[in-house]
Ligand binder design. Structure first.
Ligand code: HEC
Ligand code: HEC
Length: 398
């Protein structure tokens, strides 16, 4: 191979990878254009995808629930998955930015766990390919769990109930940390809601929606154009789109938020220039490094959103009314602020000219994507037991 070729090989490979990624995204785009005709559908019309190497079992789910709420799967053993995905806060966190690892604040809005495992990729910009891969990145991420594999695994080994459960469920002699993520993902797959007023309505119960909501549905599917992105059983085709969400002002005004913002630029492989200059979340760009992906995020599901305020990847809107006003203004907030990457804004986002009645009908309809609040009792966590008794240790010292 010539020297020159060798020199350029890495960038050629990068280019090839980029093209395949682009191809993937172009494909979803084409799908989306067709899918304008794809209607809303009941969630139980699709199956929860379950990976073949992590089959469902009841014992696994019971273990997964314990682990989901167990802060020992984290750095300082004070923060669990359930801390940022609090069942009482919509299985999310009711602030614009999620709470962070103790002493930090996160930089993105915490997403709900409800229905999350139907999604092909996890996170606002799809950074993780599955629940099994998402869990460790959450437990280990600097501003999230900030844990270390060895330490977390060692802690599990000191908890007899876990040793027993990992053995029964996975055949582990000692709990293996990778199996903890599998158990958690299995538990998350049980957190679904398929009986919302919308599901009931779509299955023929015409009384499940109020008249106002039925009118709102017409706005959603017609003048509002929401259906062109929020469609199908999941109310998303998981396309990556820039709808115009403006940056969160806390990145300029709040020191801690600023530190996390810079840290994330670095951690996500920003260029030197980007690291210095970025003033908003570049979204899908961090994965593809294509400039036309700046400001693009996975179209989120609208299901369960009644309980998951604030909204958007950076939580800039606190109510569904604000979200509707934002879309009605063509992707601008009340001060006229929009994305810092207007060149990437999706052509489907334009001023809608909705009347006040149409807006309130639409907001009423958004309520129909959520059923009863899903609450759960936090499990009583099993306790540590020392590996050796004091007497045994004394014996060794002799
Ligand atoms: C410090 C807060 C925090 C902790 C701890 C945390 N998360 Fe999260 N979680 C978040 C935030 C914020 C996001 C969105 C992050 C992003 O998109 O970059 C998120 C996203 C997710 C998603 C993606 C949902 C979707 O629709 O794509 C899942 C699933 C999830 N978390 C599960 C977990 C699990 C499992 C754990 C424990 C192992 C955990 N989280 C720990 C804050 C946290
Ligand atoms: C061009 C695609 C597109 C269209 C059209 C669209 N959305 Fe969205 N929607 C998105 C994307 C992408 C996000 C996330 C944006 C972000 O975080 O930057 C989003 C976010 C939302 C959220 C917040 C969800 C959450 O969990 O934070 C709501 C609510 C919402 N949209 C409702 C609507 C309504 C109502 C309409 C019609 C007026 C609409 N959307 C039209 C793509 C679209």
């Amino acid at each position: 191979m010539s020297k020159l070729k060798r020199k350029f090989l890495p960038s050629l490979i990068a280019a090839a990878v980029a093209t395949s990624v682009i191809a993937g995204i172009t494909m979803t785009r084409v799908q989306a254009a067709d899918s304008i005709l794809q209607p809303l559908a009941p969630l139980d019309s699709i199956e929860m995808p379950i990976p073949s190497d992590n089959k469902y079992s009841e014992a696994k789910v019971v273990l997964g629930k314990l682990l989901f709420f167990d802060p020992r799967l984290g750095g300082d053993a004070s923060i669990s998955c359930g801390s940022c995905h609090d069942p009482e806060q919509g299985w999310a966190w009711a602030e614009d930015f999620s709470r962070g690892y103790p002493g930090t604040v996160h930089w993105r809005n915490s997403q709900t766990i409800i229905n999350s495992q139907y999604m092909g990729r996890q996170f606002w910009a799809g950074a993780a390919a599955s629940g099994e891969k998402q869990a460790p990145s959450a437990a280990k991420g600097g501003v999230a769990g900030n844990g270390e594999n060895d330490i977390m695994e060692a802690r599990l080994a000191l908890i007899p109930e876990y040793v027993k459960a990992f053995n029964e469920v996975f055949g582990d002699e000692w709990p293996l940390i990778d199996n903890a993520w599998k158990a958690i993902a299995a538990y998350e797959r049980t957190l679904v809601q398929t009986d919302t007023p919308l599901d009931k309505y779509l299955k023929g119960d015409k009384a499940a929606l109020s008249e106002e909501q039925v009118r709102g549905k017409a706005v959603f599917e017609g003048k509002g154009g929401c259906i062109s992105c929020h469609y199908g059983p999941l109310t998303t085709g998981e396309e990556y789109v820039n709808v115009g969400v403006p940056p969160n002002k806390r990145w300029e005004e709040d020191g801690l938020a600023q530190i996390t913002f810079r840290f994330e630029q670095y951690a996500k492989g920003q260029t030197e220039e980007g690291y210095r200059k970025a003033k908003s979340d570049w979204g899908l760009y961090y994965r593809t490094k294509n400039k036309w992906d700046k400001g693009k995020f996975r179209v989120p599901s609208l299901r369960y959103s009644k309980y998951t305020a604030p909204y958007m990847h950076n939580g800039v809107f606190f109510t569904l009314e604000e979200v509707v006003d934002f879309y009605n203004a063509g992707g601008k907030d009340e001060e006229g602020r929009t994305t810092l990457f207007p060149e990437n804004m999706d052509a489907r986002i334009k001023p809608l000219g909705l009347s006040d009645d149409e807006k309130s009908d639409l907001v009423a309809f958004l309520d129909a994507f959520s059923g009863e609040e899903i609450l759960t009792e936090r499990p009583k966590l099993p306790e540590y037991k020392a590996l050796f008794t004091k007497a045994e240790l004394e014996e060794v010292k002799k």
